[in-house]
Design a binder for this molecule. Structure first.
Ligand code: SF4
Length: 240
């Protein structure tokens, strides 16, 4: 293909090209940050092909400091506060959710809204307190309108979740909902096919179960979650 000799020729060719596209029905381009981010993610390898370098003997404070005022993905633009996680630094049990919601974004704490209050009741039913476990999310910033985080947002934030889990080294992880389960287990299988039994994440037992916000909409599923939670209690030798 011949290249235009001058800027005028290039602009003329561009004008003709755009006019042709208009005749074909094109009425503009979606150049939003989210769309560009989504398209960029198609060039990235799948999660299973990405390796996260996890430094040894890290403390949670080091990881938090490393995150800083993180701008690694699109979600930074809409957050009020980054929600890193909270709880016991050597907890035997870590709960992993999907991402902060409205209340969490305001407070900077994980699981403090209605779903969080339900999670607190589940933890207490396990004869534990929030101080004895660790609670965090896959992404640390609130997705707009509480949508599911996009693959590239998960990809940007996942190394920090992996480092948190490596620093805590719990005996069990309770993956709350499909996003947390799929991220930790690197699978597309539906949570209904995964919940109820332990899976492996880097030598740590993972119990997928339904997210508390799902339970708020489907209270009849609480019994199912209780069955999953009882298996975690058995693993941790917590009497019923
Ligand atoms: S979601 Fe994670 S990667 Fe994205 S800006 Fe927030 S902390 Fe950074």
């Amino acid at each position: 293909m011949d290249l235009p000799d001058t800027l005028d020729d290039a602009l003329l060719a561009l004008r003709h090209g755009l006019a042709q596209m208009a005749r074909w029905g094109c009425r503009g381009f979606d150049c939003s940050e989210q769309t560009r981010s989504t398209l960029a993610s198609w060039d990235r390898p799948p999660l299973s092909a990405q390796t996260v370098q996890i430094p040894e003997h890290e403390r949670l404070e080091d990881i938090r400091n490393d995150l800083g005022d993180c701008r690694r993905c699109f979600l930074a633009g809409g957050r009020t506060r980054l929600v890193f996680g909270e709880g016991h630094a050597q907890a035997e049990l870590v709960f992993v959710g999907e991402g902060p919601g409205f209340e969490e974004d305001r407070s900077g704490q994980p699981f403090v809204g209605p779903a969080g209050q339900l999670l607190t009741r589940i933890i207490e039913a396990m004869h534990l307190s929030r101080d004895q476990v660790y609670i965090c999310n896959v992404v640390k910033c609130r997705p707009p309108e509480n949508r599911n985080p996009l693959p590239e947002e998960i990809g940007a934030c996942r190394p920090f979740l992996e480092r948190q889990l490596s620093a805590i080294r719990p005996k069990a992880i309770c993956a709350l909902g499909a996003v947390a389960t799929r991220t930790l287990l690197d699978t597309d299988a539906p949570i209904s096919a995964l919940r109820g039994r332990f899976h492996d994440y880097r030598g740590i037992k993972v119990m997928p179960t339904f997210h508390p916000s799902y339970l708020l909409r489907n209270p009849d599923q609480k019994r199912v979650v209780w069955e999953d939670v009882k298996k975690i209690m058995a693993l941790l030798r917590i009497p019923l």
